[in-house]
Ligand binder design. Structure first.
Ligand SMILES: *[C@@H]1O[C@H](CO)[C@@H](O)[C@H](O)[C@H]1NC(C)=O
Ligand SMILES: *[C@@H]1O[C@H](CO)[C@@H](O)[C@H](O)[C@H]1NC(C)=O
Ligand SMILES: *[C@@H]1O[C@H](CO)[C@@H](O)[C@H](O)[C@H]1NC(C)=O
Length: 197
């Protein structure tokens, strides 16, 4: 699936279409996390890009690259065929003690990137999610996307800054997941896995 973007799954965008489990504002979230200044450290652990229908999209790149001990990055490039991408949904999941697999972190809400990009001030959560990739992607315009989508060399240091300084996350295993749609049919899925320790 694919599609690109953003590395991180681009998740920005928000569509409240999906469900919000708790009614939290970002401000409350910060308070809830309690901000003891932990010196967390982020590591990429895996990346998966799946094109659900290679007639519509295919990934040219989907990788975590280690240049040296301090410089690692994620690059994702997806080629779109035939039909433009009209919707991107994203969210962050975390592994919690006592549960199998990953569950929604902070809020159980999926953000619709295309709606968000039309009005970036509309949603602080989407803004935060988009912040992961906006400096490294060619997706920073409104939908639809009818060109190759790229997240180019998103550095681990930048992600580390996002999850330890901008909004400190608790330690644990996370996934930044994005789903890519064209005409309401899911065409690709990108999952970037990471650990904060
Ligand atoms: C790691 O690679 C980057 C990019 O090539 C370089 O700027 C940096 O100095 C290198 N760091 C170390 C510790 O070698
Ligand atoms: C999150 O929302 C989805 C969609 O409503 C729901 O199916 C799922 O059970 C929710 N997950 C949690 C952990 O609440
Ligand atoms: C998108 O990003 C490019 C490259 O960083 C920048 O030149 C351009 O102004 C941005 N466009 C928008 C709409 O933010």
């Amino acid at each position: 699936m694919g599609i690109h973007k953003c590395g991180l799954l681009v998740l920005f965008a928000l569509s409240y279409s999906v469900v919000q489990v708790r009614d939290l504002s970002l401000g409350k979230i910060q308070i809830n996390l309690g901000l003891p200044q932990i010196s967390s450290k982020f590591e990429f652990t895996n990346i998966r890009c799946n094109s659900l229908d290679k007639q519509y999209s295919d990934f040219e790149h989907c990788l975590i690259k280690s240049i040296n001990r301090s410089y690692k990055y994620v690059t994702i490039r997806v080629k779109l065929f035939k039909t433009p991408l009209t919707k991107v949904k994203g969210r962050i999941l975390k592994r919690f003690d006592g549960y199998n697999g990953y569950r929604p972190f902070m809020v159980n809400m999926t953000v619709d990137a295309c709606r968000f990009l039309e009005n970036m001030n509309s949603n602080p959560i989407a803004n935060y999610l988009y912040g992961f990739v906006k400096l490294y992607t060619n997706m920073n315009h409104s939908c639809p996307y009818d060109h190759d989508l790229l997240v180019d060399k998103l550095p681990i240091q930048f992600v580390n800054y996002q999850v330890t300084k901008v909004l400190p996350f608790p330690e644990g295993d996370y996934v930044y997941e994005t789903h890519w749609f064209a005409y309401d049919i899911k065409r690709a899925v990108v999952k970037v896995y990471g650990t904060i320790s």
